[in-house]
Ligand binder design. Structure first.
Ligand code: P6P
Length: 342
């Protein structure tokens, strides 16, 4: 395949995209540089004494891994100097991250999960960085705040992820399809390897943490039973694959088809919730899924139509091939109708 870099691809194929401006190209360049640094640290983790936890707890209530903190600091350090952002938000930070006055600012808002799946890192399992990009809407005269980030995913100008695994990949969209690039470490460039990714209309794999079975409601159990049993469109049970790193489970679903599920659970009866974050996980992956011909729902609503109330809102997530996600939506719809007539 002719070697196409990300910059070349942006110029060649994204010209009609509102994102294909000099500022955006600069944003993606600095995001890529950040990911190359994170990739180096992840790939050498066992040698750099950066495995294990820091002992801290993040805003999500999760143990912070040393590599989480390193990735977060790398992204913040690099992106605050990019000169194209007016603010950032990270899964690891409770509040927005403002750009210091000593650095130039721009029109974009960046949201990221610096190292998703990091609890798996000590076992050398794939992890990833997820990013979502909005263009600032409110005038510069208004001081940037969390409110600028509380936007439905349909307003994203770009989204994507870096996957640190057997190879380091970048998968992104600016609304002109989904394109995958593989890092060639010998030249330090991400080169086009998966042009115009399309998700299969139906798959053979479902991906869910079934240990939550006892914390699910009746509708969710019927959804999972549909994939476990033979009374489905395949005529046989789906295969179950679950890495426990969202980026890895999503990337497989994108390429092979099928569905990833993280349903609402009642582990904490006083606050039933989904585990995954809307702004830095569900929304960017939903943009990619839809651009590749797939669907993403919380079981009732299209993920891209949901407007968050806070930076760290969580949602149930059903994402993947249209056949499977549509089936899930119809099962929840049937249960809602039964409940309304009960
Ligand atoms: P569970 C990783 O911590 C993460 O946020 C996602 O990467 C992953 O999909 C999910 O949590 C796994 O959660 O409850 O199955 O361990």
């Amino acid at each position: 395949m002719r070697q196409v870099t990300v910059t070349e691809h942006l110029l060649l194929h994204q010209t009609q995209s509102p994102a294909a401006t000099g500022q955006f190209t600069r944003l993606l360049y600095d995001l890529i540089l950040s990911a190359k640094i994170v990739s180096r640290n992840v790939n050498n983790a066992g040698l750099l004494d950066v495995l294990g936890a820091t002992g801290g707890i993040n805003v999500q209530g999760e143990a912070v891994q040393k590599l989480d903190e390193l990735a977060n600091k790398t992204l913040i350090h690099r992106m605050e100097r990019a000169g194209v952002l007016c603010a950032m938000a990270s899964e690891e930070n409770a509040d927005i991250i403002r750009i210091p006055d000593r650095f130039a600012k721009g029109d974009y808002l960046l949201i990221f999960d610096p190292l998703d799946g990091s609890s798996n890192i000590d076992a050398n399992i794939n992890v990833g960085t997820i990013f979502s990009i909005f263009r600032r809407e409110r005038p510069e005269s208004v001081d940037v705040s969390a409110e600028d980030f509380l936007r439905p995913g349909v307003e994203q100008v770009a989204a994507g992820y870096f996957l640190y695994g057997p190879s380091t990949m970048l998968v992104y969209t600016t609304g002109q399809g989904v394109h995958g690039f593989t890092l060639d470490p010998t030249v330090g460039e991400f080169l086009l390897s998966h042009p115009d990714i399309r998700i299969p209309s139906q798959g053979k794999i479902y991906s869910v943490n079934e240990s939550n079975w006892h914390y699910w409601d009746e509708a969710t159990r019927e959804v999972v039973e549909y994939f476990k049993g033979a009374n489905n469109e395949l005529g046989r049970p789906y295969s179950l694959r679950y890495v426990g790193s969202l980026v890895a489970d999503f990337h497989r679903s994108l390429l092979y088809g099928g569905v990833f599920l993280y349903p609402m659970d009642y582990k904490h009866p006083d606050k039933p919730r989904g585990k995954l974050r809307l702004l830095c996980e569900a929304s960017p992956l939903a943009f990619l899924a839809e651009q590749a011909g797939g669907l993403a729902s919380d079981g009732t609503r299209r993920i891209l139509d949901i407007t968050p109330k806070t930076l760290h809102d969580r949602v149930p997530l059903f994402i993947g091939s249209p056949s499977e996600v549509s089936r899930i939506i119809s099962i929840y719809q049937t249960h809602r109708e039964k409940a309304s007539h009960a």
